[in-house]
Write a protein that binds this ligand. Structure first.
Ligand SMILES: C[S@@+](CC[C@H](N)C(=O)[O-])C[C@H]1O[C@@H](n2cnc3c(N)ncnc32)[C@H](O)[C@@H]1O
Length: 306
């Protein structure tokens, strides 16, 4: 782990450039690689791969080009010639599926994204923290950790102002993609990750980071220890035995179909305590009808009413 950007967003290379630079494996037939560096995928291969990956992740793909753009990097890394070889490999080595999942997820995130939700969290803590029990917050698709650590920093500042002990609040982050989870656990971010922070939060964020002497910044240990990260797939039954107070499930529903969104919404309703808060991404598609038992609280937030 380096703490450097994962490189998933690396622009695809042009076939000619790649061949000149020797970045394509020598056994590749250039005819199977398109000018943008993606591999050709036929309808049958698309059907096999999208069935496997949509089944595992809930993520829907717009078509062959979309899926191939996501997976081509993995084929290049493995030195495979085409999707036929990749499908055979996945069938022989089921462990490859985890790598395919890492390749198809979109992990875009940054510190203090949609700060309005963090302000709402502070207000919610003011009204609902009960000193007799632990207050539980879940960042349900936490990617490389920026969301969960932004929550932790917000809670830390909030509790310091009110002299409330921090151990009253427990924060869990989870994601399906193990590569971003490793980065979250490490808690080291490159300057590029920091630069995306909204200007009005930058100084606040910097209070909780230590520079390593170069271009990397670590989350300070007292914030790191406030968050636990777990691997969790939202298509599975939700794993909580104790009721949660707040769930952040932002910018992931947009990748799912309507019936999975409704299922997850219903599951989240079940694991929230009455009065609990569900926070979705600001641009997130809403369930067609507001599921029973939630009241819309504005800015893509829902309160469990019953
Ligand atoms: C665009 S990021 C959003 C990160 C953060 N919540 C935010 O709003 O900045 C979406 C995350 O959802 C994760 N994801 C996609 N499908 C998932 C699933 N079935 N279960 C859990 N996480 C999933 C991806 O790996 C990715 O890290």
């Amino acid at each position: 782990m380096t703490g450097l950007p994962s490189g998933k967003g690396t622009p695809s290379i042009k076939k000619a450039d790649a061949l000149c630079a020797g970045t394509l494996p020598l056994n590749l037939d250039p005819a199977l690689i398109m000018t943008d560096g993606t591999y050709e995928m036929d309808d049958r291969q698309f059907s096999v791969l999208q069935q496997l990956l949509t089944d595992r992740t809930g993520i829907r793909f717009r078509g062959r080009t979309h899926l191939s753009t996501k997976l081509s990097r993995r084929l290049r890394a493995l030195g495979l010639a085409d999707y036929g070889q990749y499908i055979s490999l996945i069938r022989k080595q089921p462990g490859e599926t985890a790598h395919a999942i890492e390749a198809v997820t979109t992990n875009e995130t940054f510190f203090f994204r949609d700060g309005i939700h963090l302000g709402a969290l502070e207000n919610y803590l003011d009204r609902h923290l009960n000193p007799t029990r632990t207050f539980r917050i879940w960042s349900a698709a936490s990617s490389s950790g920026e969301e969960a650590y932004s929550i932790a920093m917000t809670v830390h500042a909030w509790s310091a102002k009110r002299e409330i002990p921090l151990h009253m609040v427990r924060i869990t982050g989870s994601d399906i993609d193990r590569s971003v989870l490793r980065r979250a656990v490490e808690g080291v971010y490159h300057r590029c990750n920091i630069e995306r922070t909204p200007a009005d939060y930058k100084a606040f964020l910097m209070r909780y980071l230590e520079q390593d002497g170069g271009d990397c910044f670590s989350i300070k240990p007292h914030i790191k220890t406030m968050v636990r990260f777990k691997h969790f797939n939202l298509t599975q039954p939700l794993p909580f035995s104790r009721a949660l107070d707040v769930i952040f499930c932002r910018n992931v529903f947009m990748y799912f179909g309507q019936s999975l969104r409704n299922e997850i919404f219903t599951g989240m309703h079940r694991v929230l305590r009455p009065g609990g808060l569900l926070v979705m991404g600001l641009c997130e598609p809403m369930p067609i009808e507001l599921p029973l038992g939630f009241k819309y609280a504005g800015h893509s937030m829902y309160v469990k009413t019953e």
